[in-house]
Design a protein around this ligand. Structure first.
Ligand SMILES: Nc1ncnc2c1ncn2[C@@H]1O[C@H](COP(=O)(O)OP(=O)(O)O)[C@@H](O)[C@H]1O
Ligand SMILES: [Mg+2]
Length: 225
């Protein structure tokens, strides 16, 4: 599956950047085996298109809550879905990675590749990762075939609200210096500049946020009314 540069002509990429964003390949002498069942056939069977719905935002901004709530809604209308959640993935696939910039980048690269396989499988893959760096999110965007295969949803929420929520007690520990490289405290969060959807989770109800996501998926003809 190749990225078509033309699909991204209206974005801020140039050919050199696109080249830099591609995953380097060390495994030589490997030949792609063409599946006999195509993505389109799987999508037809499922009755909806597949895509990555990528939730990004600070810790406590509502990524997991929203991803699972959207999944519930989609499940109820018969969609095939799967949620990749940051903490869960770090127990297995990415358990060898920490929170340095390098490890965060590798974490997102692996999730991107995994989600992309789910797109090939005809599934709506919902991901809930802080994914603080623009370049890492852009790299995932570049992995997919079509523009509508990657829907970036920014869960926007001011740091002080996230910190007050402190769902997992991590902000308190980060403030005490017990956790290093904590996004928003001791590690940066780069706000998306080309998100497909922004939801203000400090101002909107969860139901309203779910409604916005589902409406966008319908508008983009990923799911059908
Ligand atoms: N509109 C909203 N969308 C998502 N979460 C919300 C919203 N309003 C309040 N919350 C609350 O914010 C918290 C977000 O926590 P969580 O989903 O674990 O965040 P994250 O996965 O981004 O770290 C939850 O306690 C959730 O109930
Ligand atoms: Mg979460």
């Amino acid at each position: 599956m190749e990225c078509k540069d033309s699909d991204y002509s209206d974005r801020m990429y140039n050919p050199t950047m696109i080249e830099n964003l591609k995953t380097p390949q060390k495994s030589e002498n490997t030949v792609w085996h063409q599946a006999s069942i195509s993505r389109t056939q799987r999508e037809t069977l499922n009755g909806h298109r597949s895509a990555i719905i990528w939730f990004t935002g600070l810790s406590g901004s509502g990524k997991s809550t929203l991803a699972h709530a959207v999944e519930q809604e989609l499940y109820e209308v018969g969609c095939h879905t799967f949620v990749f959640d940051g903490d869960n993935v770090r127990h297995g696939l990415c358990g060898d990675l920490g929170f340095t910039e390098e490890d965060r980048t590798e974490n997102i690269r692996r999730i991107g590749q995994m989600s992309r396989l789910f797109v090939d499988a005809g599934v709506l893959a919902l991901t809930a990762f802080i994914s603080p760096f623009n370049v890492d999110r852009q790299r995932v965007r570049m992995m997919v075939e079509n523009e509508n295969d990657f829907i970036e949803v920014y869960c926007r929420c001011p740091l002080d609200v996230c910190e007050n929520r402190d769902v997992k007690g991590l902000y308190k520990r980060a403030r005490k210096g017990e956790i290093s490289n904590f996004t928003g405290i001791s590690s940066p969060y780069e706000e998306p500049d080309n998100a497909d959807l922004v939801v203000d989770t400090d101002q909107m109800t969860l139901d309203d946020c779910v409604g916005k996501v589902v409406a966008l998926l319908t508008k983009r003809s990923i799911i059908y009314p």
